[in-house]
Design a binder for this molecule. Structure first.
Ligand code: CMC
Length: 431
């Protein structure tokens, strides 16, 4: 006979000798259940201390599953390698947003709706005129995402499902348009307006690289490679930028304002800015024979091996494997990126070195993606913007999930106050 063990945790508070039984649900206890553990009437109750959310679930989600030890990533249950192989970015975006793969009719409607929202508000392109030519594209992009909220005041109505969906169409559709504008502003080129008859990624490449005579046609291998990269970046559960999206969204800010915050979080070199940092690092190393010297610096704590390591993956990032394969397909068209040799050798050495092995540091999605973007002709500043275009699908889905989740409230962490106790103000003359 199988004895069913109780799904509870028994805690003895040794400060008081009291014992408590706390429920365990879905593998977690509720942090607020600890509040009952007090030393006296003045005690506000026990808290957990978890800087950087190392072991705290901030939400329940049904969108993305990651097993970091086994290197598994699934969206709505579908493995990332199958999506990268058989899906398109727009179809994966539908899956993330709606929870199921679309039928042919649903995909047609979804593609049509996105196609009708590609064009940004008429005055918005003027915004780019206020930026210097050498402004970082991610900074321009972030400002443009925030500006969208001023053009779409209906986005403040987050309580109506149909209105929320309209914002999701706008977000997914207009991010490539804004990204292309940021790129072209840096090149001193006028914007190219969207063409809804092209594929999502084909239209993006058209808005980026179209010539004055209209002769540019994207190479189908590069178009598919970029689409795959968008799939690989589409969502990654509660990462730093998604947590920013949810945190801001929890105040009931409109989704454009929330997403501008998410873009800011993604900008950092420890997150979506890593692809840019990898390229700079490879350029700085400069040649294969300088790798051992670089690795020694990293091991001495003088910098990080960018594109390596992950908070959740403690084995090979499954996305990195697919990026590496995609890189081979892209380089067959563009010619070899000379930095690839350095990257491959860096990976080989790091994966044999006890420093990286013992800390379970493996290449992440950004180790090879920058090499692909560079081969496609993107300047390094555009790399995090490309990450953001793909991640929009995830941010939008996570925001939709947040808004209808009855467990959610305004996001408001606690703190452990360790500052000075109450004291009287000291006048300037007495200090
Ligand atoms: N190079 C050298 N050492 C590293 C690295 C690295 N890239 N990453 C982690 N470590 C070391 C770190 O110094 C620490 O060592 P020790 O225990 O001796 O102090 C140990 O490994 C654990 O690191 P951590 O900083 O506690 O780990 P974390 O989970 O807080 O950080 C990370 C995760 C991704 C921020 C970090 O691995 C990192 O900075 N990587 C480089 C930046 C990067 O590639 N980011 C892209 C992540 S994937 C794309 C995305 O979704 O954002």
């Amino acid at each position: 006979m199988v004895v069913k063990m109780p799904e509870t945790l028994t805690v003895t508070d040794n400060r008081t000798g009291k014992q408590y039984e706390v429920a365990i649900k879905d593998g977690a206890i509720k942090a607020t259940d600890l509040r009952q553990m007090k030393t006296g009437a003045d005690d506000a109750g026990l808290m957990t201390y978890d800087p950087a959310f190392m072991n705290t679930a901030s939400c329940k989600s049904r969108i993305t599953y990651i097993d970091g030890d086994k290197g598994i990533l699934e969206h709505r249950g579908y493995p990332i390698d199958q999506l990268a192989d058989q899906s398109t970015f727009l179809e994966t975006a539908y899956l993330l947003v709606h929870g199921e793969l679309p039928t042919a009719g649903q995909l047609g409607d979804w593609t049509g709706a996105i196609g009708r929202h590609l064009t940004v508000p008429t005055l918005l392109p003027n915004l780019f005129g206020g930026f210097q030519r050498d402004a970082h594209p991610m900074g321009m992009y972030q400002a443009a995402v925030a500006a969208l909220s001023t053009y779409y005041p209906d986005s403040k109505d987050i309580a109506t499902a149909a209105t929320r969906l309209t914002q999701v169409y706008r977000l997914i559709a207009q991010m490539p348009t804004l990204a292309a504008m940021a790129y072209r502003h840096g090149q001193g080129l006028a914007p190219v307006y969207p063409d809804a008859s092209l594929s999502f990624t084909g239209n993006f490449l058209h808005m980026l690289f179209q010539n004055e005579d209209g002769s540019y046609r994207p190479n189908p291998v590069l178009e598919r490679a970029l689409d795959v990269l968008f799939i690989l970046h589409a969502d990654h559960e509660q990462n730093c930028s998604t947590s920013a999206m949810r945190g801001i969204g929890s105040s009931h800010a409109d989704p454009f304002s929330s997403m501008a915050g998410a873009v800011g979080a993604l900008y950092g070199p420890l997150h979506g800015g890593a692809n840019e940092a990898v390229l700079r690092m490879l350029q700085e190393i400069g040649s294969v024979n300088r790798i051992p010297e670089f690795i020694t610096h990293v091991k001495n704590g003088e910098g990080r091996l960018m594109g390596f390591g992950h908070r959740v993956y403690k084995s090979y990032d499954p996305r990195a494997r697919i990026v590496k394969k995609t890189a081979d397909e892209v380089f067959a068209v563009t010619g070899m990126n000379p930095l690839l040799d350095i990257a491959v050798e860096l990976e080989r050495i790091a994966l044999q070195d006890d420093y990286f092995v013992s800390r379970k540091l493996y290449p992440n999605v950004d180790f090879y993606s920058g090499l692909i973007y560079q081969a496609m002709g993107f300047p390094t500043g555009m790399f995090p913007v490309l990450f953001a275009v793909g991640r929009t699908a995830g941010w939008a889905s996570q925001w939709l999930e947040l808004i209808v989740d009855p467990d959610q409230k305004i996001s408001r962490p606690r703190q452990l106050y360790l500052g000075s106790a109450r004291r009287d103000f000291v006048p300037m003359t007495s200090r």
